[in-house]
Design a protein around this ligand. Sequence first.
Ligand SMILES: [Zn+2]
Ligand SMILES: [Zn+2]
Length: 338
Amino acid sequence: MTRSFEARLVNGGFGDPALYLGFLHERRALLFDLGEIDALRPREVLAVGDVFVTHTHIDHFIGFDRLLRIMLNRDKTVRLYGPEGLIANVAGKLAGYTWNLVEDYRLKMEVHEIGPRLVRRVTFSCRNRFRARTRPHARRFDGVVLAEEGFTVEARHLDHAVPCLGFALQERVHLNVNGDRLRRLGWEVGPWLSRVKAAIRSGKPGETPVRVPLRTGDHVRSRTLPLSEIAAAAVMETPGERLAYVTDIRRTPENERRVLELARGADHLFCEAAFLERDADHAERKHHLTARQAGEIARLAGARRLTIFHFSPKYEGEEALLREEAAAAHEAGIAPVT
Ligand SMILES: [Zn+2]
Ligand SMILES: [Zn+2]
C-alpha cells in the first residue's frame, strides 16, 4: 500500500488525546483532538491546517492556546471542526486576551460547528481583533466535514453525556504512473499525466480521448488514445487507507452503530480504552470504554489495526494489561466465535 501520511499520538497512551497526522509528501498535517501539544515542535504545529475536535472537555482542547500562540503572526487560515458549542468555546478562548497592536497579523480561525443537521461556520480574523463579524454561514450536514482532492473526513455524532464527534479519514484511491512502462511505450512524461489521473478520479468514461506525446529520438509527436487504454497500460490503482478516531464514549447500541459506520474496514482504528474490564462499572459511569470493549468494537468493525489510548492514570505501570485485554478481544475475531 502506498503510504501518504503518518499518524501518531502526541502524548502516548496516558497523556491528553491528540493524534497528529502528517502528510509525507507535503508540508501539511491534521490534528484529531487538541489536548496538550507541548510535545509537538513549532514547525509541526505550523503545518497543521485542520483540527478535528471530538468535544471540548479540557483534556481535548487545552492545546488551543499553544496552537494560537505559535500561529499568531502567520498569514494562515486554520480550520477547526467540532460539535455544537465550538464557536462559543473558541470565542471564549479568544476573548481571554487583549488584541490591540495585532492589526497587521493575518491569522484566521475558521470554526465549523457540526450539529446533527447543520454545519455552522464562523471566521475569527486577527486583523479584526478576533471578533466574529458575520452571522454564521450554514450548510446541511451530510456526514462529510472536509472533502479534498486526496481524502475526505467524515464525522458521526456520539454520546458522552455531551455531544462528542467520532471521525474517519478516507483517502481516495492512489493512482501511480508506472515510469518503466511509460519509457517502454515511448510516452513522454508531462502534465498530461495529471490530467489523466484527474479524469480517472472523476470517473470519466473509458473512451474519453487523450492526446499522448510520443518520443522517437529527438522528435515528439502525439497520438490520441482512449483513457481506458492509457489507464490499463501505465496507471496502477491502489486503494486509499481508512483511519478512524474514536474517543470518550460509553458503549451503547447507538454509539456502537455509529462507530461501526466510521470504523468498518478501517486500516487503523484509534480508540480510547480508559479502563480495564474489571472496572467496567466505573467506565460506564464515566462515559468511557474499557480496553476489552475497544477490542470488541475493532473486531466487529473488521479494523485491521487497533491503537488504544486515553488510559486512566490509575493504570500507570499496567499499560501492558490494557493492551493485552484489547488485543485479545480484537484478535478473537480471527477464530469463528461459537
Ligand atoms: Zn470527555
Ligand atoms: Zn477525555
